[in-house]
Design a protein around this ligand. Sequence first.
Ligand code: FMN
Length: 393
Amino acid sequence: MIRYLTAGESHGEALVGVVEGVPAGVSLHPADIDKHLARRWLGYGRGGRSKFEKDKIHVYSGVRFSRTMGSPIALRLDNAAYQKDRSGWPEVMAVEGAGEGVEKVTLPRPGHADLVGTQKYGFDDIRPVIERSSARETAMRVACCSIARQFLKQLGIEIGSHVVRLGEVGYARAADWRERVEALLVDGAEALYRAADESELRMLDDDLTARGIEHIKAAKEAGDSLGGVYEVVATGVPPGLGSYVQWDRRLDGLLGQAILSIQAQKAVEVGDGVEAAARPGSLVHDPIVREDGRYRRQSNNAGGVEGGMSNGMPIVVRGYMKPIPTLIKPLGTVDLATGEAQPTRYERSDVTSVPAASTVAEATVALVLANAFLEKYGGDSFKEIRERYEAER
Ligand SMILES: Cc1cc2nc3c(=O)[nH]c(=O)nc-3n(C[C@H](O)[C@H](O)[C@H](O)COP(=O)(O)O)c2cc1C
């Protein structure tokens, strides 16, 4: 099984990650990781550090001559904010000293980890909470999970995503985008992400993109922020990944956790989960047919998962992101130093990060699918795994 740990503060020197359990012999180039790190910066309305931060992965172990060795893969990503001349972050985040002259942060922002994190860990300064709860951590997550993604790709399993709603602007129902997505999926789910990446909002529809940009401009003008919904799709997934026999082996449960583990993601849907709850069963369940000796479904409302297992159809998962909590328009809070009511203070922040979150979700879904695949077809080397997989197919 592939597991990983990340470490690092948002404005510390660097983020680091260790990925363990990747089979030997998977083709891996740093550029495969950098490509997805760059996609994490996509999206109109992103401000702040996205303007100057360009992520470049450093690989320290576990890879030799562009192939994994089965040993742990150690990764580093520098935080450009820390490196910038006169940034002040080396002093604010100093490993040693007592922080003389460093201003404490005492106004917790509603919607962030600030208040409870400060109480839980016994700080008198919110800074340590902000630093680790920030979504900057997702950069290293994308890097770690991109390795699982490379593994899947070499087995013909591809992952893509697109944004289906930004605040009030979105498709009315899944049927409105399904045909467009299915046409792209004929070439594999990477065709979906490439098409979505063409849009500033990662939306497949030009009219929705234009309206979404106006919506973001208006939210910015009003000092507000926006959430939204995206869809992640995986193609080439064989039937039988995951299991119904135990709660913690159900693929849908694991996919849900993967999405909800990302900062600010507050709901998740497998297939047409939300719409299906309002429809009769005859319009929900996907009829089974047999074509050319294979079982298929006439539709994919289930999103490729039945009974906690992949059923051979594309896996479809949607994530729902709350609006970003850092607002220009102040919210009410309380100064932790004085106990007095105060308005929140604005720090440069995105208006929305839904397009970026959709790329992070692709990565976290990749890890779940890679592990479900390894559970069924696992081995120590890529060759061994591929032979086992092809023999069964
Ligand atoms: C890719 C991404 C980028 C984000 N960018 C910001 C940001 O610029 N400003 C902000 O206040 N929150 C941002 N967030 C959201 C916060 O990380 C999140 O709201 C916060 O961690 C609290 O959410 P939680 O309750 O789910 O942890 C971002 C989230 C993601 C996934």
